[in-house]
Design a protein around this ligand. Structure first.
Ligand code: NOJ
Length: 521
């Protein structure tokens, strides 16, 4: 695809490293395991992998508590293994994106150990210490402030108390973190996904958050407080622009931001003059009710609000949200795949979605996720979507020769790569076909998105370039529909047998069926 950066045309594949492939039998995935599966990833057609944190960590939040930003945790391997992974990936034309966790470190990071040792320590101001707490909450529930006996002050943590927040108002913190970015950029990593980008800077006056007027006794409207002073502060954009400058000092790298905000606020993370994140992750499809009308609305809204020159992106799943097949139901997973893979811009797939994995059942005694342990039983747990990748029909699904760290999905003997490779109509082959279609038809990646409409259960949109028009029809209902189209040729369908079918002015779609039609110009 001409004139596009690699990160604009690539499909990004998220690898949750603990769960992808174990190579040493300890039941936890590792870097060597990822290397073993690179050919599989090339075979699906993805262009980049984003690997969730592999840094040295006590694993209180499975790597999102970093104890050394410039080393690999022994669970995953070592720096030489990482270098090999990079060489092997690049040899196959696959880009490698790392996670970067700037908002907080581990409480075992030497910086925090020093900071905690005395009020006079040179690193005291690297974290957020206060004599008094305020009403800021932790995103994992409860107060975000932890009392420290030794120095008789509180420190703030947006997540676990084992994840103290760094003080991004301190220039020394910024410099140290940018050095960490350079460490990996010098090695040749192709970019970063920045964890909780919108939380990095907090109010310098530590003002209390206001109460949420929409919060009802049934707790249906989110939190009791509005996170006005500890999230999405105006100064965050200065930090993001600085990160971007570091990234841009190396050619061909990408900066992606994890941002859960309303779409209007999300757009500000592209930065003034587009000097912010190249891709502020767009999670609208993760949060949207699953019906044609709501989806048409979020697509139109997102595309309309994109700043001029900003590049769109879409995410269907990640390691913090229920799997798509579980969210929308088995019959709709192919529609979900076709929706994602026919939208313009950069797409991110979560490992296992391409084979239609569902949330695994995790017994209370097997729970690993600290979010679930801290607030049991209210649906915070993320273990179900982190179950091991299922590669074959064996007892441990080809993931490990040991005991998997999380239970396998109950459906693992039917939902796995080995079985789906042999079935033309499998989810895996649908993903392969659709990614190949994107590669063959630039209109799908960079075409102009037009006339996004819904009629009942039917969602319809068109992607156009000067040379071609592609029409996408997706049936979100279970009953057949007749669709008014234009005469053309089916390029792809959830049912592979419809490929090359000539259609006239009307097309029949079965329940949960989708097609892409090419209209001759
Ligand atoms: C967002 C990550 O995706 C999530 O897994 C993690 O628990 C929090 N940030 C804290 O780092």
């Amino acid at each position: 695809m001409h004139n596009l950066a690699w990160w604009q045309s690539a499909v990004i594949y998220e690898v949750y490293p603990r769960s992808f492939q174990d190579s040493n039998g300890d039941g936890i995935g590792d870097l060597d395991g990822i290397i073993q599966r690179l050919d599989y990833l090339v075979g699906i057609g993805v262009g980049a992998i984003w690997i969730a944190p592999i840094y040295r960590s006590p694993m209180a939040d499975f790597g999102y508590d970093v104890a050394d930003y410039c080393d690999v945790d022994p669970i995953f391997g070592n720096l030489q293994d990482f270098d090999r992974l990079l060489i092997e990936a690049h040899r196959r034309d696959l880009k490698v994106i790392l996670d970067f966790v700037p908002n907080h470190s581990s409480d075992r990071h030497p910086w925090f150990l020093e900071s905690r040792s005395s009020r006079e320590n040179a690193k005291r101001d690297w974290y957020l210490w206060r004599d008094q707490s305020n009403n800021w909450m932790s995103n994992f529930g409860g107060s975000g402030w932890e009392w420290d006996e030794l120095t008789s002050q509180y420190y703030y943590h947006s997540f676990l108390k084992e994840q103290p927040d760094l003080n991004w108002r301190n220039p020394a913190v910024r410099a140290a973190m940018y050095d960490a970015l350079r460490f990996w950029l010098d090695k040749g990593v192709d970019g970063f996904r920045v964890d909780v980008m919108w939380l990095i800077i907090k109010d310098d006056q530590y003002r209390d958050n206001p109460s949420n007027p929409d919060f009802g006794p049934d707790q249906s409207s989110g939190n009791s407080l509005l996170p006005v002073y500890n999230s999405n502060r105006p100064e965050v954009h200065e930090v993001v622009a600085e990160m971007r400058a570091v990234i841009d000092s190396y050619p061909g790298r990408v900066l992606i931001g994890e941002i859960y905000l309303p779409v209007k606020d999300l757009m500000t993370y592209y930065g003034q003059d587009l000097n912010g994140a190249n891709l502020p992750f767009n999670f609208l499809l993760l949060q949207c009710p699953w019906n044609a009308r709501a989806i048409a609305q979020v697509i139109s809204e997102y595309m309309t609000m994109l700043p001029p020159g900003a590049w769109p992106n879409w995410v269907l799943g990640n390691h913090d949200n229920a799997r798509i097949a579980t969210r929308v139901g088995l019959s709709q997973t192919a529609i979900a795949a076709m929706l994602l893979l026919t939208l313009p811009g950069t797409l991110t797939i979560y490992y296992g979605e391409e084979i239609g994995m569902t949330n695994a059942f995790v017994r209370p005694e097997d729970v690993q996720d600290p979010a679930e342990k801290r607030q049991p039983g209210i649906g915070m747990g993320r273990d179900p979507e982190r179950s091991p990748m299922t590669w074959d029909c064996s007892d441990t699904a080809g993931f490990t020769r040991g005991q998997p760290w999380l239970p396998l999905g109950a459906d693992h003997r039917a939902v796995n790569v080995e079985v789906e490779n042999c079935d033309e109509e499998s989810m895996l082959n649908l993903y392969r076909r659709l990614i190949a279609l994107r590669r063959a038809h630039p209109a799908l990646v960079s075409g102009q998105l037009r006339s996004v409409t819904s009629l009942g259960d039917l969602l319809n949109y068109e992607l156009a370039t000067d040379h071609v028009r592609l029409m996408v029809f997706l049936n979100f209902g279970h009953s057949p529909v007749q669709v008014a189209a234009e005469s053309g040729i089916v390029l792809a369908g959830t049912d592979s047998r419809r490929r090359a079918e000539r259609v006239g002015n009307f097309v029949e779609l079965k329940g949960s069926e989708g097609i892409v039609i090419k209209i001759p110009s």
